[in-house]
Design a protein around this ligand. Sequence first.
Ligand SMILES: [Zn+2]
Length: 230
Amino acid sequence: MTVVVLLGAPGAGKGTQAPMLAEHLGVPVLASGDLLRAAVAAGSPLGREADRYMSRGQLVPDHTIVRIFLDQLKGADAATGAILDGFPRTRAQAEALDRALAEHGDRVDHALYIEVPLEDLVERMASRRICAANGHVYNVATNPPQVAGRCDLDGSPLVQRPDDQEATVRARMAQQVPPLEDVADHYRAAGILRTVDGRQPIEEVGADLVAALASGDPAQVGPGEPGSGS
Ligand SMILES: [Zn+2]
C-alpha cells in the first residue's frame, strides 16, 4: 500500500495535480472535503458525528477526520494505496494518522509539498474569475477567456468571488499556512518530505511530483514497516 500525502497552500495547485498523480499511481484521491460530504450524505455514524460539528460551523475533531480517512483507506478502492488531499491539516492530525496507520503495519510513504511563495499565491487567487452562470474557472493571468470578462463555454459574465479578494486571501493564508508548515516539518523530520516548485507550468509540476515519488526514500525499508510515529 502506497500512502501519499499531498501538501500545498490554497491555490498551490493540489486540486489539479492530485488526479494526475492518482492516475499515474493507479490509486484514488481521498480529499477531505469530498469525504466529509460523502460521509454526511451517507448518514453513517461518523458522518452524523462530523455533521454535528459542521452544522454549527465548527471544525470536525481530529479523531473523527482520522477515522473517516482510515475507513476509506481500508476500502477496496484504496487496496493499493491513496493520495491524501487536504489531510492531515495539522501536526496533531499527522501524528494521529501515523499512529493509526502503524496499527495496521502501514505508514505514510511520501509527503509531497507543492511550494509556492505567498505573494505568488495571493496574485494567483486575486486573478481568479468565475463564470456567474456555471462556476467555470478562469485566471486573467494564466488562463484568460477568449473574450475578456465572458465565459468561453456559456458567455456569461466572469466575476471575482469575495473569497478571492486579496484581503480575504491574505487572511486565509495567515490562518492556514502555519499549520501546513508544521505538517511539512513533521514529514521532513521523518525523512519523507519532497518539495516541488509550484511556480512552474502545470505539466512540469506534475513531472516533478512523479520524479519525487521515484527519487526514493532511504528511511523506507519495505512495505509493512511502521512509520516513525510521534
Ligand atoms: Zn461558464
